[in-house]
Design a protein around this ligand. Structure first.
Ligand code: UDX
Ligand code: ADP
Length: 479
């Protein structure tokens, strides 16, 4: 008999754990959910009375939290109690790429997964279903199983046993709530049919049966990496073609539209941009590369690694174009950067193209003024690894002596941010950047003044009429 789930514990209150549990709490009012985290500050933010203080910005999230928090959804640091009382435990901790040791630069660092599995082994009682939710390298379930086995064989613990399932998350930041409410599919990998049915019953509260797929555990883990690798590969493909457009007189938007009409290719994920960012794409491809190398599949490893290499090259290429167009130097020139998040509708900056492009320009001596509707100055400081203007000579900065400066500007509505700027560089496709008054902005800038649009969001006629020079990614006619 499959086990009815009354209490869930989710370890990790991040971008995956928070929204996923919020949606489960909304759709399953009879299940009590405890989200736990080691980070007290993060938990306090999830519990903040003012819902704009939530640690994650996702459209629709606040509304759900306001309905379920402290009813059947609880945020705390009570690891022991929450694990003890759970019938099902989701592991949603961070798994960044290892920075040192074996597999550095490619393999995922599993120390947080290991730590949370050890906590589960220590505190769980009775039969517990453990669900891998974080994006993980293939065969991570084996690591979790090994750790849990040690608890099962501990004679001091009564009747304790575990079933490990893989249930990868396909949510996309910025549309996480909608993706969770209307998933293309829910993947459940495992070999304990009853545990798989218990998990599927949770989803059946709002997802139709035909969308719930059962697979073996390794297929589930590999399918997650492969999905992300395919999506990232599409972006590297279209971005590589944008470079060809620029030298041949073609236009990447026209090429995208034309190929997207082929139903075998499809029109989604064909927007050229400054290069993919986010916490998943690079990490997942590098995991795939590591796995292929480990099994001696060098050609396979090289194939996937080139997707990441093109992405880095593309960001360097954009930085160089900006410098070239500004007469070969940006030293001491004010450049306004619009957008720092890795895409619109999120405050997440992990692997954002803006980090690389801004650092390249700072290295060339530019004075950047950065605006993003959701990213804070302190986050930008962490990402750029350099203090803003005042402490540019910071010894810890890895930028060279000639490096420029940056400052954060919260407000673009009064247009003061554009005073004396030589160029505006659009790196994130926020709605507010689509509605700018270019005629007024042009009056404030130093001419010849440039707009660099890496997201294809500006109206080209408006820019031309305002007397501004425009560079658009993949626009061969303009180059
Ligand atoms: C991705 C996957 O979409 C999701 O299924 C998985 O669970 C996690 O990884 P996410 O990282 O939130 O989600 O963002 P996504 O919308 O996929 O965008 C990733 C990057 O690709 C962004 O930097 C985005 O700007 C860029 N992108 C996306 C493009 O440049 N062009 C496109 O056409 C689509
Ligand atoms: P993701 O995008 O995968 O959700 P995040 O970094 O946003 O990643 O969130 C992961 C969360 O997991 C962090 O808030 C981190 O503090 C938490 N975490 C990591 N290890 C543990 C652990 N052993 N116990 C509880 N929480 C943990």
């Amino acid at each position: 008999m499959d086990k009815p789930i009354k209490q869930i514990c989710c370890i990790g209150a991040g971008y995956v754990g928070g929204p996923t549990m919020a949606v489960i709490s909304l759709k399953c009012p009879d299940i009590k959910i405890n989200i736990i985290d080691v980070n007290q500050e993060r938990i306090d933010a999830w519990n903040s009375e003012d819902l704009s203080g939530l640690p994650i910005y996702e459209p629709g999230l606040k509304e759900i939290i306001s309905k379920t928090r402290n009813k059947n959804l609880f945020f705390s640091t009570k690891i022991k109690e929450s694990i003890e009382s759970a019938d099902m435990i989701f592991i949603s901790v961070n798994t960044p790429t290892k920075s040192k040791g074996l597999g550095a630069g490619k393999a995922s660092d599993l120390k947080w997964v290991e730590k949370s599995s050890r906590d589960v082994a220590r505190f769980a009682k009775g039969h517990t279903i453990v669900v891998e939710k974080s994006t993980l390298p293939v065969r991570t379930a084996e690591v979790i199983q090994e750790i849990l086995k040690s608890a099962e064989s501990d004679s001091s613990k009564d009747n304790i046993n575990f079933s490990v399932l893989s249930n990868p998350e396909f949510l996309s930041e910025g549309s996480a709530i909608n993706d969770l409410l209307n998933p293309d599919r829910v993947l459940i990998g495992g070999d304990d049919k009853e545990a798989m049915i218990s998990l599927s019953k949770i989803y059946k509260n709002w997802v139709t049966e035909d969308k719930i797929l059962f697979t073996n555990i390794w297929s589930s883990e590999l399918a997650k990496l492969t999905s992300n690798a395919f999506l990232a590969q599409r972006i590297s493909s279209i971005n590589s073609i944008s470079a060809i457009c620029e030298v041949t007189g073609a236009d990447i938007r026209e090429v995208s539209r034309a190929i997207g009409k082929d139903s075998r290719i499809g029109s989604k994920f064909l927007d050229s941009g400054p290069g993919f960012g986010g916490s998943c794409f690079k990490k997942d491809i590098l995991n795939l590369v590591y796995l292929a190398e480990y099994f001696g599949l060098t050609e396979v490893a090289n194939f996937w690694e080139s997707v990441v290499e093109i992405n880095s090259w593309h960001q360097k290429r954009i930085s160089e174009i900006i410098v070239k167009k500004l007469f070969g130097t940006v030293a001491n020139k004010k450049l306004v950067v619009l957008g720092f998040a890795f895409k619109a509708n999120t405050n997440d900056t992990r692997e954002s193209a803006a980090i690389t492009i801004c650092r390249n320009l700072l290295n060339e001596g530019a004075n950047l003024v950065i605006n993003d509707p959701k990213v804070s100055a302190s986050q930008i400081e962490i990402d750029l690894k350099i203090n803003s203007k005042i402490s540019l000579d910071n010894e810890n900065s890895s930028l060279n002596e000639e490096s420029g400066s940056w400052e954060h500007s919260k407000n673009i509505s009064n247009l003061e941010i554009f005073n004396d700027a030589y160029a505006i560089i659009i790196l994130t496709e926020w709605e507010e950047f689509k509605k700018l008054n270019w005629k007024e902005i042009a009056k404030k800038m130093v001419h010849p003044a440039w707009v660099f649009d890496s997201r294809s969001i500006v109206d080209t006629d408006e820019i031309r009429d305002a007397g501004l020079s425009l560079w658009r990614l993949g626009d061969g006619l303009r180059d």
